[in-house]
Design a protein around this ligand. Structure first.
Ligand SMILES: C[S@@+](CC[C@H](N)C(=O)[O-])C[C@H]1O[C@@H](n2cnc3c(N)ncnc32)[C@H](O)[C@@H]1O
Length: 240
């Protein structure tokens, strides 16, 4: 069977699942079909797959591009939600302590970071332990009502003048048909390109939400940018 025929078969089976109102089974067919269609660059099949995913509640952003270079620090970096692609660990290797609630996500991560299963709302480190804390598209996975606690914990474990770097995405309020949100990312690292996608159940968020949390927790906002739908904040713990 050709690649195209295999993809069409997956779409057909997914249509059957959609008719039977089994979204989970349809998802399990459409995502592999999506990966295959991407590999063979079939615009026609990609269009059909996106249409089917939309029917079962997925909202896809346009791919977002971000350029990244290693963080400038001699000290330790705590990476919150550092499983998955483990981008910060790819950039700064053994300087990074990657924590994630999901053991599976950490196991799949390929970099030299030290990987620890831990909840960002309940960090087991002593105060003033890290020079830098990062969150690379982790907040979108953490329920909004827990964000403040994560900021408080990051503040506590950072040294004075320590930096908290956040990359995340604006998630808009969508119509009722969509309840899942996916951001496809094209990441340019110094020696490698990473194409990935992070998907979550819908919860709205924007840069203003994070700036308010920074103010509440006494972080100083040192730098910020927005590019398309993604944004970045550089916060500083400045205790006098
Ligand atoms: C988008 S994914 C991984 C992004 C990752 N930083 C990367 O470089 O690819 C977000 C991660 O946050 C993790 N996560 C969700 N809630 C968490 C929490 N309370 N504490 C720590 N990690 C959490 C998820 O398990 C998931 O692996």
């Amino acid at each position: 069977m050709s690649d195209k025929a295999r993809i069409r078969k997956l779409i057909e089976d997914a249509e059957f699942d959609i008719k039977a109102d089994d979204r989970q089974k349809a998802t399990e067919k459409l995502f592999p079909a999506l990966e295959m269609a991407k590999q063979i660059h079939s615009k026609e099949l990609l269009k059909v797959i996106f249409q089917k995913l939309s029917e079962i509640g997925y909202f896809f952003l346009k791919p977002q591009s971000i350029e990244l270079s290693p963080l400038e620090t001699d000290g330790l970096i705590l990476d919150i939600g550092g499983g998955g692609e483990g981008i910060i660990g790819k950039l700064n290797g053994r300087q990074v302590v990657a924590i994630d609630v999901s053991e599976k996500e950490l196991e799949e991560t390929q970099n030299e970071a030290l990987k620890v299963v831990m909840d960002a709302t309940d960090l087991k480190f002593l105060p003033n332990s890290f020079d830098v804390c990062t969150s690379f598209f982790a907040f979108m996975y953490i329920p909004k009502k827990k964000h403040l606690k994560v900021f408080e914990e990051a503040y506590r474990v950072l040294r004075n003048k320590g930096r908290f770097l956040i990359w995340d995405v604006r998630i808009p309020k969508l119509d009722e048909r969509h309840n899942k949100f996916v951001v496809p990312l094209k990441l340019q690292l110094p020696n490698e390109k990473v194409e990935t996608g992070y998907g979550v159940k819908l919860q709205t968020q924007d840069i203003e939400h994070f700036k308010k949390l920074a103010q509440k927790t006494k972080f100083k906002i040192t730098q910020e940018w927005s590019k398309d739908e993604t944004f970045h904040l550089l916060l500083c713990k400045n205790r006098v």
